[in-house]
Design a protein around this ligand. Structure first.
Ligand code: KIV
Length: 263
């Protein structure tokens, strides 16, 4: 898949499947899968580094994850998340951040929110870098939103989101993530835009879906929002494997003779 395929998929009503990924080993497995594209999200700060929000993510963290993923998933389209505040100081700083992520081998960047970002998005796009927008629950603004909660409920909030979505398209975004938005509103926005929408907690009518890998694999302990479908009981499976290993070592069953070197 390349950036043009996002539009082509929407035009022929084929769903776009995205998954987050942050490390080399997982990226090799995604490479072998049918997943269309990878998001190296700033959720890395939470699921890979244990922070409570995405705010501690910075360019160095993001670039290290993008490089690792790019080494493993050589054939997948990779979107790198621009971290907190990286686009809100000076344009030269923003462009350096974008440049670093592209040199780390992202194929596009994702930028949260549109208020005050339109010109920046247009400048990045005109510089040859595709931009994915992100509206609804924008986790970098969690302190302003008052928590991780559904956005766009009520007439005024819904209208504001509709306008913001159009502004993302006008600014030059090639696609738009809609996070934690009522299903009907996400459907309306999807129908009103030329560019494809990628939903997370936004119902079934968006042009594609994205999930955080750790959520999909059932590895997250205490994070179970209703929009996550767990395709594996990963936590139990990992713990059972760790316990089986511990038991084998304690009982002298590991390593066996054929797992040991002879003279
Ligand atoms: O950082 C991330 O993983 C994201 C997705 C939840 C869309 O932005």
């Amino acid at each position: 898949m390349n950036v043009l395929d996002f539009q082509a998929y929407k035009n022929c009503a084929e769903k776009i499947v995205m998954l987050t990924c942050y490390d080399y080993t997982s990226a090799c497995i995604v490479q072998d899968s049918d997943v269309d594209a990878i998001l190296v999200g700033d959720s890395a700060a939470m699921v890979m580094h244990g922070y409570a929000t995405t705010i501690p993510a910075d360019i160095e963290m993001m670039c290290r994850h993008i490089e690792s993923v790019a080494r493993g998933a050589k054939g997948k389209f990779i979107v790198g998340d621009l971290p907190f505040m990286s686009c809100r100081t000076y344009l030269p700083d923003t462009m350096r951040a974008v440049g670093s992520m592209m040199k780390a081998r992202a194929h596009a960047v994702k930028l949260e929110g549109i208020a005050g970002n339109s010109d920046t998005i247009t400048h990045i796009v005109k510089s040859g870098v595709p931009v994915m927008g992100h509206l609804g629950l924008t986790p970098q603004s969690v302190n302003q939103l008052g928590g991780f909660r559904v956005q766009g409920r009520g007439d005024r909030a819904a209208e504001a989101l509709r306008e913001e979505a159009l502004a993302c398209e006008r600014a030059g975004c090639f696609s738009l993530v809609l996070e934690c938005v009522p299903e009907e509103l996400a459907a309306e926005i999807t129908a009103s835009l030329e560019i494809p929408t990628i939903g997370i907690g936004a119902g079934v009518h968006t042009d594609g879906q994205v999930l955080v890998m750790q959520d999909l694999l059932g590895l997250s302990a205490d994070f179970q929002p209703k929009f996550v479908r767990r395709y594996l009981a990963g936590r139990q499976l990992w713990r059972d494997a760790f316990n089986a290993y511990t038991s084998d070592v304690k009982n002298g069953h590991f390593p066996a003779a054929d797992e040991s070197y002879g003279q």
